[in-house]
Design a protein around this ligand. Structure first.
Ligand code: FAD
Ligand code: UDP
Length: 400
């Protein structure tokens, strides 16, 4: 008899498995339909012996000491500040747009103060910032928007920036200084031996059983458990009752080249005519030394594995309907990027999982975090309530 069946061994599922098993002595069965743990953060050594990220570049950054300290129990870190160049007008220019981007692009020699005035002279007046187009044109005007954002966004999302929530392009700031880092978070580092190794440590507990190549629907009626944590797509859980929630997909084209360095930056963005959005060279991220180098191209797609929830009102409305169903399933917890339909980074998912744990054990998040530090166990009773997940599958198969 398991206390929890956890669907999905990415950040959401694995952090909850660890907390419940290690923090509360619960017996956990975690399954993933993929042949590996770590979800989209999965990395592995390819045939050439180069550490690569199967599902595109994953760079860890957070402002949360709590999240960083939590993960630090399972990995050492390699300090890493991410940098990106954008291929525009035949040049490779710092992205996010900063003082050097403007000076190189236009052959100018502006100061920080002058570039601020320059942006102000280009900016379009937008009364209410609603869309991803508004965000950029209201800051830097239409020309820079078209060079750096419009086509990249159209490729990435299959939508014009004017059809996407402001939150999407708001992820990328505009700078008047020369800071060329992609992120400015207080903690920026990569797991010293990779993400997968970190997940192995997170899941290494006698109370945690792992089943891979296993869709939960194949086992849901075979094992007894009291509660479920579900981290897959929420629309699939409810058998698409309100229609499909759009998730954007990607095709990854991995290559290894017989040169030490392929490009001059960890990531080069291609905001223009190419079908792909960016090329990542992994050795920059991992610090690995190797005489060859591995890269990945990202080709956005409408169909395929779900990677990105698409932030726009129509989709939020569909999600709200599914959330009402989810809220009615008192012994199923919906956590993670796909189950809560949130465009969250890894650290936000860890925080969401820690928050879910504190709710399960009925504690304030800070109290629950303090227990992680002391290693003190938090006991919680799980109730076995037979529930339907909406498509006839009973998720609680035994009484406590
Ligand atoms: P996932 O990692 O998607 O895990 C969910 C798991 O559930 C999957 O492994 C899936 O196989 C499994 N599953 C689904 N349905 C079932 C089922 N029916 N039965 C069994 N298993 C099932 N974040 C950052 O912080 N920095 C980055 O640089 C970054 N780069 C990214 C680049 C790309 C291309 C993508 C797509 C995402 C990136 N992210 C990044 C976001 C990051 O991947 C997510 O925040 C994080 O992986 C979400 O974790 P999760 O556990 O919610 O979901
Ligand atoms: N973006 C863009 N041009 C760029 C980089 C980003 O238009 O060179 C937009 C695009 O819509 C993208 C969003 O900003 O989806 C967020 O970028 P981020 O790098 O955070 O995307 P992610 O790493 O999550 O794919």
């Amino acid at each position: 008899m398991f206390d929890y069946l956890i669907v999905g061994a990415g950040f959401a599922g694995s952090v909850l498995a660890e907390r419940l098993a290690n923090g509360s002595d619960k017996k956990v069965l975690i399954c993933d339909k993929r042949p590996h743990i770590a979800g989209n953060a999965f990395d592995f050594y390819n045939d050439e012996g180069i550490l690569i990220h199967k599902y595109g570049p994953h760079i860890f950054h957070t402002n949360s000491r709590e999240v960083f300290d939590y993960l630090s129990r399972f990995t050492g870190w390699r300090e890493y500040q991410h940098r990106v160049l954008a291929s525009v007008d035949g040049m490779l220019l710092p992205m996010p747009i900063n003082l050097d981007t403007i000076n190189k692009l236009y052959g100018l020699n502006l100061t920080s103060f002058e570039v601020e005035e320059f942006f102000a002279s280009l900016a379009e007046k937008v009364d209410v910032i609603r869309t991803s187009e508004d965000v950029v044109v209201s800051k830097v005007g239409r020309e820079l928007y078209e060079k750096f954002f419009r086509n990249y966004t159209r490729k990435q999302w299959g939508l014009d920036p004017s059809e996407l929530d402001a939150s999407v392009t708001s992820r990328v700031p505009t700078r008047t200084n020369r800071d060329d880092r992609y992120f400015t978070d207080s903690f920026q580092a990569m797991p010293k031996h990779g993400f997968t190794r970190m997940f192995e440590k997170i899941l290494d507990h006698p109370n945690i059983k792992i089943m891979l190549n296993c869709d939960y629907r194949e086992i849901v009626n075979q094992f007894a458990f009291k509660e479920m944590i579900y981290t897959g797509p929420i629309d699939a859980f409810f058998d698409y009752r309100y229609g499909k929630l759009p998730y954007r997909s990607l095709e990854f084209k991995h290559e290894t080249h017989d040169v030490e360095q392929f490009q001059i930056a960890p990531v080069v963005n291609y905001p223009n005519e190419q079908a792909f959005t960016r090329i990542t060279e992994f050795k920059y991220l991992t610090g690995q030394e190797h005489k060859k180098t591995s890269i990945v191209y990202e080709f956005p797609q409408a169909t395929g594995d779900p990677y990105y929830p698409i932030p726009r009102k129509e989709n939020a409305d569909i999600y709200a309907k599914y959330k009402t169903l989810a809220d009615a399933c008192s012994n199923v917890h919906f956590v993670g990027r796909l189950a809560t339909y949130k465009y969250y980074n890894m650290d936000q998912i860890v925080a969401q999982a820690l928050m879910t744990y504190s709710k399960i054990v009925g504690m304030k998040r800070k109290e629950a975090t303090a227990k992680i530090k002391t290693g003190e166990k938090v006991f919680v009773s799980t109730h076995s309530i037979s529930k339907s997940n909406g498509n006839g599958v009973s998720v609680a198969t035994s009484s406590s």
